[in-house]
Every structure is written in C-alpha cells, then in structure tokens.
Design a protein around this ligand. Sequence first.
Ligand code: 5GP
Length: 196
Amino acid sequence: RRQAGDVAGRAKVLGERARDLRGKLAGRHERRQQLGQRQRVQVGRRDGRGHRPDGIQPAMASIFTRIIQGEIPCHRLYEDEHVIAFLDIMPLSRGHALVVPKEERAKLHELSPAAAAACGAALQRVAKAIVAATGAEDYNVLQNNGAAAHQAVMHVHFHVIPKHADGTGLGIGWNAGKLGTDEGKALAESVRAAMA
Ligand code: 5GP
C-alpha cells in the first residue's frame, strides 16, 4: 500500500509540474504575441507620405531591399552607406549591372537629395570599373520610372549596360519628334517654375 501511495504521490507531483509548464508556455506565447504587435506597430510607422524614416517599407520590401538586407544573394560589385551595385540576374550583355539606392523609393524623383547624389557618384565608379573589366568602352545608363516606362522592380535602380562589339547591349526605339520654339519656351518656363 505504501508503494501504491508513493506512485500516486509522484504522479500528482508530475501532474502539477506539467500544469506549471503549460502555464509558463502559455505566458511566453502571450508575451511573444504582445512583442510581435509592438514590433509591427513600430515597423509600420510612416511619415506623412507613407514612408518609413529609414526609407524601407517592410510590409512590401522590394526584391532589391531583400538583396540589400542579405536575404537574397547577389553578385555584389560595390556598396557604401547609401548605395549597392550588383550584376543583373538577366543581363542584356556581359557586365550588365544595377546601381540601387538603399533608400527604397519607386521613382527617381522620390529619392532624397542625399540618396540621389550617392547614386550619381556610385554610377561613375561602377561604370568606370565595368569598362575596365569587360573591355566594352560604350555603354548605356538606363533608369526606368513606372510600369508604362518599362519599370518591373518598383525600387529605384540604374542599369549600366555595356554595348559589346558583338552587338549585345541595349536596343533602343527612339521615335523622335520636333520641338517647336513656342512649345519649348513655355515648357522650359513651367519646368523652371516647378523647380523654384
Ligand atoms: P526594370 O525593368 O525594373 O528597370 O529592371 C529590373 C531589372 O532587375 C531587370 O533587368 C531584372 O533582370 C533585374 N532583377 C530582377 N530581380 C532580380 C534579382 O533578384 N537579382 C538581380 N541581380 N537582378 C534582378
């Protein structure tokens, strides 16, 4: 009977421990959920234009932001505080590269002056290195803004596309019109006014 009593006692202790553990786990789960909600609120914080102060919009992190964050691999050519440059995964020619601001904005005019300036400086360095490494002296810099303008990845990027002797590189359809004097004057005036 004493033995039966011991077994029953041990079972009771084990039962209590199990209840204890379940309680602790439930508490941890709840704390994790609360923390997750707090993090989501912080991550979701935006300025008046829907942008986060650090320029990254994590709810819709672009493929390039995921490359910048090291989540997706790339063949990196250059990186500094504001910019990364890497080889295009579907190159038009050998050496086709992308220069991308770390600030995630869809279109060029939405970039901060600092990010835009950093892109300009990086473009010159990357282009110079691509010319040296590939031997292609001619190249195009292409920057698409908006789906109608052939932009597929809605995170600003500049293509550097070498034009090789075998003809590979960017093909361009250029249906030029003619700028009339009056039209040119009025247009230039309105653009200047928009910059003032
Ligand atoms: P867009 O038409 O937007 O100006 O060009 C987007 C470019 O990004 C394309 O040339 C495409 O090949 C490139 N691209 C898209 N996804 C990736 C990727 O995951 N890695 C790399 N390296 N390039 C990419």
